[in-house]
Design a protein around this ligand. Structure first.
Ligand SMILES: Nc1ncnc2c1ncn2[C@@H]1O[C@H](COP(=O)(O)OP(=O)(O)O)[C@@H](O)[C@H]1O
Ligand SMILES: [Mg+2]
Length: 266
C-alpha cells in the first residue's frame, strides 16, 4: 500500500480548497472540475471535452467508454498534465496542475503518474528492464537501484525471464505488460491507460486487466479507456463519454448490454 495519507506533492501558495463534493484536497488522487478543451479555431474548432467533472479516489478503477472522437484520449492527456485545459481545473493529489511550475509538473509526471499508451511506446533500443527503469533513472534514482526496481516490477508481471529482451523480441501481450510495469514502477499513485488491451487477444487483455486491478488493490487510482464491456465490468465505476460530455457515471451493474454496440468504434 502506498502512503496515501501523505500529501502526494507539496505546492507553495494558498491552501487548496475543498472540492465540490466535499472531498478535501489530497484525499482524492485525480479530480477534474468543469474541464473543457477545444482544438482548432473558428468554424473548424472542435470541442473535445465540455465541462467534465470527475473524481477518482485511491484504489478506484474507473473505466471510460465512448465512441471514437468522444474525447477519451483528451481526458487522459489532461489528467496526465500532458495538455492544459482551456477552462476548469485538473488536480492530482489535491494539487491544481495549473499552479505547478513546468518542472514540478514534469516531476509529477515522472513520480506520481503512470501512463500506458495504446501503442506501448517502448524504446526499441532498450531492453525490457531498461525501458521500465528509465523513468526512475530520469528522476535521479541511481542506475543500480533503478534497475533493481525495474526487475522487481517485471517479476511481478511474470516477465522475469524477459528482462533482457528488446521490444522486438517480445509478443504484443508481453510488450503491453512491460509498458504497464513501466507505468507502475516506483510509487505511482495514478495510472492512466489508453485502450491498454486494444491490440491484445482476450487472454492477454484479461492479464492486463488483472495487473491494473492489482495496482488498484495496492491503492493506485486508475482511469482506463476501454471498448471491451467485459473488461469494463471489472472496474469499480464506468464512465460513458459522448461528444465531450460525461453522460453517465454508472456502476458497472447499471451498464446494459444494449448500450454497448453503440459505443464500439472498431
Ligand atoms: N491535437 C488535436 N488537434 C485537433 N483535434 C484534436 C486533437 N486531439 C483530439 N482532437 C479532436 O478532439 C476530439 C476528441 O478526440 P479524442 O480525445 O482523441 O477522442 P477519443 O480518444 O475518444 O477517440 C476529436 O474530434 C478529435 O479529432
Ligand atoms: Mg483515443
Amino acid at each position: 500500500m502506498v502512503g496515501l495519507t501523505e500529501p502526494l506533492i507539496r505546492v507553495r501558495g494558498p491552501p487548496i480548497p475543498a472540492a465540490a463534493d466535499g472531498t478535501l484536497g489530497g484525499m482524492t488522487v485525480l479530480e477534474l472540475v468543469n474541464v473543457s478543451k477545444s482544438f482548432g479555431e473558428g468554424p473548424a474548432a472542435v470541442t473535445a471535452l465540455d465541462q467534465v467533472t470527475l473524481s477518482v479516489g485511491p484504489g478506484a478503477m474507473v473505466a471510460v467508454m465512448g465512441p471514437s472522437g468522444a474525447g477519451k484520449s483528451t481526458l487522459l492527456t489532461l489528467a496526465g498534465g500532458l495538455e492544459e485545459p482551456d477552462e476548469g481545473e485538473v488536480r492530482v493529489g489535491g494539487a491544481p496542475l495549473s499552479l505547478l511550475s513546468r518542472n514540478d509538473r514534469a516531476r509529477l509526471r515522472r513520480r506520481v503518474i503512470g501512463y500506458v499508451f495504446q501503442d506501448y511506446n517502448l524504446l526499441p533500443g532498450l531492453t525490457a528492464a531498461e525501458n521500465v527503469s528509465l523513468p526512475l533513472e530520469l528522476d535521479g534514482v541511481p542506475a543500480r537501484k533503478a534497475r533493481a526496481a525495474g526487475t522487481a516490477a517485471l517479476e511481478r508481471l511474470g516477465l522475469a525471464g524477459r528482462a533482457g529482451h528488446y521490444p522486438d523480441q517480445l509478443s504484443g501481450g508481453e510488450r503491453q505488460r512491460v509498458s504497464i510495469a513501466r507505468a507502475v514502477v516506483g510509487e505511482r499513485r495514478l495510472l492512466l491507460a489508453d485502450e491498454p488491451s486494444g491490440a491484445l487477444d482476450s487472454a492477454s487483455a484479461e492479464a492486463v486487466m488483472d495487473l491494473i486491478r492489482a495496482a488498484c488493490d495496492r491503492g493506485v487510482a486508475a482511469v482506463v479507456v476501454t471498448h471491451d464491456p467485459h473488461l469494463a465490468a471489472r472496474a469499480s465505476r464506468v464512465v460513458a463519454i459522448r461528444d465531450g460530455h460525461l453522460v453517465s457515471q454508472a456502476r458497472h451493474q447499471a451498464v446494459t448490454r444494449s448500450e454497448m454496440p453503440a459505443w464500439e468504434d472498431r
